[in-house]
Design a protein around this ligand. Structure first.
Ligand code: UGA
Length: 554
């Protein structure tokens, strides 16, 4: 019997050589890339149930490696599925060296695996279309109930793993100690629920296991005689740890290399889970300070993840709630962000006014928090967090309406630059631009779109989630060149802050547009005075110079 785990943690850490990651999304790929570059002598396999996703990684990875061998590294254009700062080089050094992408993991690979990372996505359980044609009161009613995370991917991939272990009919695999790291964002108490599900799986399959155990290994039969013994089996051979992910797109590699903290959540009163988190701690200690790695009970670690995102959302909504009054009185929200944030008790981060927070996480996790609170009858608390999301939707609607009115007044096209949810990524999930596009399509406004990173396919795919139908898309033109998108346009909206936009020669853009050109600089990219000198009428969030001749008259 392969009894790999002994009490000496150092020995254990060294004996951990094979990692399997379930899920080839953002978190899985970036986390494994960083682990693989820290541990060149260990093997990392990323698995995904979608073959096309794995093929995409393998094809683009091979092209990348080939071109690096032939050309100067700096000339290489990456077509990797993820656009992320500092990822490209790190990835090219480990891809097909000690990091592999597979659509299928073999019995041998299951047997070899010491650590399984669960990095599958847990979207909101919400199948309705996202509405842009809706009043704020209706939005509030929808938010109030909150929305659960959809946990099916987490449970399904673990059930498949258990099933594959049994199907191999290999006792070494069935009695192999593994650490299962749950990294997907989940509701509280999930780690305990996972343990219970694995327990139920083996309880329901007791007879299959008894048939596999031969006379030579009859001492193993005791594990499956009683329920409490099966529970012990699960604790020992599926050591569960929750490690919430705090990486943000754009800074993800840096977040993984120099995190503010790493939380290792173990199941209370489960010594195997606790022991596993100590082993994982020693793995992280190779590149992260001991003091930043915190061991805590899994309920607290799961809760920390959701509450952290809700707090980030709350700060953005707080600053955004001041933009309207700044526009009325001529105060400047950017100055306010700076001066308020200079108070060290408040801090400067997440105080940048915007059209609202986008992305797939802040809203989803705040909705999940509201769901917990509402389902536990904590009404006042649920209402408090509801307002954070109401404010976000309100801000999106408020700005969308301004842009619509501005364009209808001029009866001309609106041009939108920037389609992803924030700068320097191609991720369009929850993006303000897509919300704005949907809103404008619902009001029959002609739009032209440009983004240096987002493809037409990605745009249309995301737009299908919104409350307009495809026949309305005739009013929308995706342009490959930004200057083309300005022809016949009198409203230009910068809807995210790709660093690419910083180099735009705005005079050129102005000349391409119709007279009376209006600029909505929603991310404070350009100097107001310079834009006015060029001739633009300018709208900046939370800023108003109170001179109607200079400002967009909406
Ligand atoms: C967020 C969290 O920041 C991460 O810590 C977390 O790990 C991640 O969710 C997750 O749960 O996976 P991310 O969604 O990548 O990361 O993006 P953020 O940088 O937090 O930005 C979210 C949105 O807020 C963007 O639309 C951004 O433009 C907006 N934002 C951010 C503002 O409007 N103002 C700010 O001051 C900061």
């Amino acid at each position: 019997m392969d009894c790999r785990f002994v009490d000496d943690l150092q020995t254990n850490q060294e004996k951990i050589n094979n990692f399997l990651c379930l899920g080839s999304g953002y978190v899985g790929v970036l986390t494994m890339t960083v682990f693989a570059s820290q541990y060149k002598n260990k093997k990392f396999i990323i698995n995904d149930k979608f073959k096309n996703v794995i093929d995409k990684w393998n094809n683009s990875g091979k092209i990348l490696r080939k071109s690096i061998e032939n050309i100067n590294k700096d000339d290489v254009q990456s077509n990797l599925p993820i656009v992320e700062k500092n990822f490209h080089n790190l990835f090219s050094n480990v891809f097909n060296e000690n990091l592999f992408f597979k659509n299928f993991y073999s019995d041998e690979e299951i047997l070899a695996t010491d650590v399984v990372f669960v990095c599958v996505n847990t979207p909101s359980l919400y199948s309705n279309k996202i509405k842009t044609n809706i009043s704020i009161e209706q939005i509030e009613l929808e938010i109030k109930r909150g929305i659960e995370h959809d946990m099916r991917n987490v449970f399904d991939c673990l059930e498949e793993l258990c099933e594959r272990i049994l199907q191999s009919k290999n006792l070494l695999s069935i009695f192999k100690e593994r650490i299962i790291i749950q990294k997907s964002t989940v509701p509280i108490e999930t780690l305990k629920l996972i343990k219970d599900k694995i327990f139920k799986f083996f309880k329901n399959n007791r007879t299959r296991i008894l048939e596999i155990i031969d006379a030579k290994n009859s001492h193993l039969l005791e594990y499956f005689e009683y329920d409490h013994k099966i529970f012990e089996y699960v604790s020992k051979y599926f050591k569960l740890v929750n490690i919430p992910e705090f990486l943000a797109e754009g800074s993800a590699i840096n977040n993984l290399l120099c995190p503010d903290r790493v939380l290792l959540g173990y199941i209370k009163d489960d010594k195997e889970s606790y022991r596993a988190s100590l082993i994982i701690k020693s793995i992280y200690e190779k590149w992260i300070d001991k003091e930043k790695i915190i061991l805590l009970d899994s309920t607290s670690s799961e809760m920390t993840k959701i509450v952290s995102n809700a707090f980030l959302a709350q700060r953005i909504s707080s600053i955004n709630s001041i933009t309207g009054i700044c526009e009325l009185y001529g105060a400047d929200i950017n100055i306010l962000s700076q001066t308020v944030g200079m108070d060290s008790r408040i801090g400067k981060n997440y105080l940048k006014a915007s059209m609202g927070f986008g992305g797939s996480c802040l809203k989803k996790d705040t909705l999940s928090l509201i769901f917990f609170l509402s389902s536990n009858n904590l009404v006042v608390e649920a209402n408090y967090w509801t307002q954070v999301l109401v404010l976000n939707e309100f801000q999106r609607l408020r700005i969308s309406e301004k842009i619509k009115n501005c364009s209808l007044k001029r009866n001309k096209t609106v041009t939108i630059f920037g389609l992803s949810f924030k700068g320097d990524t191609n991720d369009v999930r929850g993006s303000n631009s897509i919300f704005l596009i949907s809103y404008l399509l619902n009001h029959n406004v002609q739009i032209k779109l440009y983004d240096p990173l987002v493809t037409k396919y990605e745009l249309e795919n995301e737009l299908k989630m919104y409350d307009n139908d495809e026949s309305q898309w005739v009013n929308m033109t995706y342009c490959d060149f930004y200057l083309d998108s300005l022809i016949d346009s009198s409203v230009l909206v910068f809807c995210n802050n790709h660093s690419y936009f910083n180099n735009f020669e705005m005079e050129k853009l102005y000349l391409k547009m119709n007279d009376d050109a209006c600029l909505f600089d929603l991310y404070d990219i350009f100097c107001l005075e310079n834009m006015k000198k060029i001739g633009f009428k300018v709208f900046k969030l939370g800023v108003n110079d109170l001179n109607p001749n200079n400002f967009i008259n909406i």
